[in-house]
Design a protein around this ligand. Structure first.
Ligand code: ATP
Ligand code: TYD
Length: 239
């Protein structure tokens, strides 16, 4: 497969056309950003760690019946995916209160959320990704009510599968963000699931094992990403 013209360069990944119809190559770059792009850096090998963990999760989810865009890895940072018509929603699933819901609502950090809470933001940097509700999603024609039901059902199933996998590695899945797209009529999981898009806490020490280490300068970001990537991908719970 040959990499062709750049389709889209985002904050952390670049997406390329290929010579195969319906297939794209996603390059996981070493760029890292936080606070709406207000904090930016380049951290050597970050892209490879995120690509490796994303590929591992996509394969695990695929084996467990979740439809994903993942096809294969070309090398440590280039992933072949099925082209999707992306739905501009950031679907966030929360098992424990942390981050923006603690800043914006009277939750105490660390409060267990059972059942999990789904929050959906509008993926629009120029509007700073405002939070949506079901009526707004339908009124804005971002998704039909039937699609929205499928998206929420898939998000909860993905949460259940990832929560169990990570718990077996001594890691609490606090929250994460995913994106979906359409392939014909099928709703498919796209984008990535990595340390950049999850909040992970070590069960014993409570230490952050994700982008919060970068956001809040809690330690050596790449040492953390390296360790957590090894912990996750050594998991044998693949079913
Ligand atoms: P953010 O960081 O807020 O998620 P971004 O657009 O800067 O936004 P990147 O991850 O750098 O994010 O860019 C990757 C882009 O590729 C995203 O816009 C994502 O929606 C898109 N994308 C991911 N998977 C696919 C796919 N299978 N088909 C088409 N586009 C995809
Ligand atoms: P959230 O608490 O809403 O935002 P913040 O990290 O600014 O406090 O984030 C919840 C989870 O979703 C967290 O694991 C990070 C992830 N996320 C993204 O990956 N991208 C985003 O644009 C947002 C808003 C969240």
């Amino acid at each position: 497969m040959k990499q062709k013209k750049l389709l889209y360069a985002g904050k952390a990944k670049s997406v390329y056309h290929t010579d195969v119809k319906g297939k794209l190559i996603v390059e996981f770059r070493d760029d890292i950003t936080a606070f709406d792009g207000g904090k930016k850096d380049v951290l050597k090998n970050k892209g490879s760690y995120n690509a490796e963990v994303s590929a591992f999760f996509f394969e695990y989810l695929g084996k467990n019946g979740v439809k994903t865009h993942f096809v294969s890895m070309i090398d440590s940072r280039h992933m072949v995916v099925r082209e999707l018509q992306m739905i501009p929603l950031e679907v966030i699933v929360r098992n424990v209160a942390a981050g923006s819901i603690v800043r914006n609502y009277p939750f105490k950090e660390g409060t267990k959320l059972d059942p999990p809470v789904i929050v959906i933001d509008y993926k629009d940097d120029s509007r700073h990704d405002p939070m949506l509700n079901d009526d707004l999603i339908v009124a804005l024609k971002l998704a039909t009510p039937a699609e929205l039901r499928k998206i929420k059902k898939a998000a909860l199933e993905i949460n259940r599968l990832l929560f169990d996998l990570l718990a077996a590695q001594g890691i609490t899945l606090v929250d994460f963000k995913i994106e979906f797209g359409r392939q014909g009529k099928t709703i498919c999981l796209g984008d990535e699931i990595s340390m950049d898009s999850m909040r992970l806490w070590d069960k014993k020490s409570g230490e952050s094992l994700d982008k919060d280490v970068y956001r809040f300068e809690k330690g050596d970001v790449m040492a953390t990403y390296n360790r957590v990537a090894q912990r996750i991908t050594s998991s044998s719970k693949k079913r």
